[in-house]
Design a protein around this ligand. Structure first.
Ligand code: MEV
Length: 326
């Protein structure tokens, strides 16, 4: 025990497949260049006042040689919170990593990820595990839920630029997920077909990413957004934002994450600066992020290759340039 521990993890953006991933379809997500850091210290009086955070800390510490109630916690983050950009997954993973550093426990990467998935359930009820897997990946991944989940590192033919824009509407992940579950229960045959179609769009998106066909990737994103709208998880503000991105020349745009507010993601291509300027002019915060290959040589303490997780390494360990999370 060192008396203190630090851990960090990046936020994520879902390129394709949110919601349908909960129903067994694949999804593609990537880490973004924004990070969350947790510092834990043993303190005489427990300083964790927030009940959910305390419960998350306890879940993260379960079975580890530490008394979670004796810890104080400091969180620093530039991942926008409650926006569908994986702030709770990053927090869950950073908590687990900080506890690993505090206790000296050597958690395998798979144990880190599955422990963080259990912690994330404290925030969102039962999640698919996509957000934590994406945050743990430091790159772009293909994900299918399961025990164990299928997680594959994708290798884009070329790095590409996304624009993320924030709607600033108050939202929660559990709300849209629960509402869609209700819709699906009422019309299972219809929604299961829509989820199947969503899976086909994700498969087409993967081909586009791997072949460097950005026009097709943009078309997949547009199709995915049409379905997400049908799932009932968009809002008038998100629709306006999609129109702004497409109007400024984005190759495709969709909501990202659970919806009900939060973020949209646009494939900016050569129009990335113009898309950001259009959001600025309309009063929405927007920023770019670059998606590249998982670079095994650059990866620090993150690996998907532990037992139980299917992993396809890139053909070469040196991929195209990766924008590293700070
Ligand atoms: C939330 O970021 C992604 C959802 O698909 C929920 C989940 O996968 O658990 C909406």
């Amino acid at each position: 025990m060192t008396g203190s521990g630090v851990g960090s993890a990046p936020g994520k953006v879902i390129l394709l497949g949110e919601h349908s991933v909960v129903f067994g379809q694949p999804a593609i997500a990537a880490t973004i260049a924004r990070r969350l850091e947790v510092r834990l210290a043993e303190s005489a009086a427990s300083a964790v006042g927030d009940a959910k955070l305390r419960a998350a800390l306890e879940a993260a510490a379960d079975g580890l040689p530490v008394d979670a109630s004796s810890l104080s916690i400091e969180i620093r983050s530039d991942v926008p919170p409650a926006c569908g950009l994986g702030s709770s997954a990053a927090l869950s993973l950073a908590l687990v990593r900080a506890l690993g550093s505090l206790t000296g426990a050597s958690l395998s990467k798979q144990e880190e990820r599955s422990r963080a998935s259990r912690v994330e359930d404290v925030f969102h009820g039962t999640a698919s595990g996509l957000d934590v897997a994406a945050s743990a990946a430091d790159g772009v991944i293909w994900f299918e839920r399961g025990a164990p989940p299928t997680i594959q590192a994708l290798r884009p033919r070329e790095p590409f630029d996304l624009v993320i824009a924030l709607s600033s509407e108050p939202r929660s992940t559990a709300g849209p997920v629960g509402r869609l579950r209700e819709r699906q229960k009422r019309r299972p045959e219809l929604f299961d077909r829509m989820f199947g179609l969503a899976g086909d769009i994700v498969r087409a998106g993967r081909e586009a990413i791997e072949s460097g066909d950005l026009e097709s990737l943009g078309a997949s994103m547009d199709c995915a957004h049409g379905l997400l709208n049908g799932f009932g998880v968009s809002t008038p503000t998100l629709e306006r934002m999609i129109a702004i991105a497409r109007g400024a020349g984005a190759l495709g745009a969709k909501l990202s994450g659970a919806g009900g507010g939060g973020a949209i993601v646009a494939l900016g291509g050569e129009r990335t600066s113009a898309v950001i300027a259009a959001f600025d002019a309309a009063g929405f915060e927007a920023f770019p992020t670059r998606v590249g290959a998982v670079d095994l040589a650059l990866r620090q303490n993150v690996s998907l290759s532990d037992e139980g997780v299917r992993y396809e390494a890139p053909a070469s360990s040196r991929g195209p340039a990766v924008e590293r999370p700070r």
